[in-house]
Write a protein that binds this ligand. Structure first.
Ligand SMILES: [Fe+2]
Length: 312
């Protein structure tokens, strides 16, 4: 889908803006992929007593600015105090600032829904989401938020779908998309039946990080029935950079090179060990499949999923 994007950033004196003297950050002008439009989006933090233009002349800031590409992150655990992601509002806001600095324009929040462990529902998540969105607006963080969920596979999914308790990740060619997670160690027996049932309901599962699943790592052919059924795949940005080890990295690269991946996302959980760093994975993806395909993974396909494709 789509055309090749660009990641140019204006680094002239007229192309930065200090949003608030109290806030130690600058906004950067980014060019939207495939267009000649420039918008104010990414930002970089700096100490309040430093001149922002002088900072941009420093190589490390210039490098960071050049890496600021407009992207959409479809997987994160930033909504605070909900699951094993951001512990509190302050950590969540810092993660969003990092994501914005990394080039993310739309951040999809996907807390876990996992029966018996994280018993979240669409209704409970919506309340937390609206409160957090107000806070983000107050803080003037230049990033748009969307709510979805990462749903652990299990028999209870049938009942939750029927009761309207699950948020959708988006839509893909007229069908709703559910971000579906397997346990980390295996593919449960019965998963194919559940996927077939979801498909009958016009729901397309997007399988989260198959490259990190130990059962699939041991036998990649176990993924075939899900692809044959029409499932979409989402891989984790850090898998491509080697953050989940060489096996996950090689698996992710193989999935990319065989054109099986629809979305690249961070699955970020915190600031220390699982931070939002989509541009690093995006740059790895460019190495393996080229810029045009990499742009699809972090921009064009997410735009389509979120129903925003017409603005591109
Ligand atoms: Fe996740």
């Amino acid at each position: 889908m789509g055309v090749a994007g660009a990641s140019a950033v204006g680094i002239t004196q007229s192309s930065y803006r200090v949003p608030s003297t109290a806030y130690p950050a600058i906004l950067l002008r980014t060019r939207e992929p495939g267009t000649s439009r420039f918008t104010w989006g990414a930002w970089l933090s700096f100490r309040g007593n430093q001149d922002p233009y002088a900072m941009l002349c420093l190589p490390r800031f210039r490098r960071a600015a050049c890496q600021a590409m407009a992207m959409i992150d479809m997987h994160s655990h930033i909504l605070p105090g909900i699951d094993d992601g951001a512990a509190d509002a302050e950590e969540a806001l810092q993660m969003l600032r990092l994501a914005a600095a990394n080039g993310v324009r739309v951040q999809v929040l996907t807390p876990h829904i996992h029966s018996g462990r994280y018993d979240n529902t669409l209704a409970s998540l919506r309340t937390a989401f609206e409160a957090f969105r107000c806070l983000v607006r107050e803080q003037r963080i230049p990033i748009e938020l969307r709510l979805a969920a990462e749903v652990r596979i299990g028999a209870e999914v049938l009942q939750s779908v029927g009761a309207g308790r699950l948020p959708w990740l988006g839509e893909w060619y007229g069908r709703r998309v559910l971000l579906l997670e397997f346990p980390h160690s295996l593919v449960p027996i019965g998963s194919e039946n559940l996927v077939a049932w979801l498909m009958q309901q016009q729901i397309v599962p997007m399988i989260a990080h198959p490259e990190r699943n130990r059962g699939l790592q041991a036998d990649r052919s176990k993924l075939e029935p899900f692809l044959a059924a029409g499932c979409l795949l989402q891989i984790t940005s850090d898998s491509l950079t080697g953050g989940f080890g060489p096996v996950a990295r090689e698996f992710a690269i193989d999935l990319l090179r065989t054109d099986k991946v629809t979305v690249l996302a961070t699955d970020c959980h915190n600031l220390a060990f699982r931070p939002p760093a989509l541009s690093q994975g995006y740059r790895c993806a460019i190495q393996w499949v080229g810029q045009r395909a990499a742009d699809d993974l972090v921009w064009h396909n997410p735009l389509h999923l979120l129903g925003l494709a017409e603005v591109d």
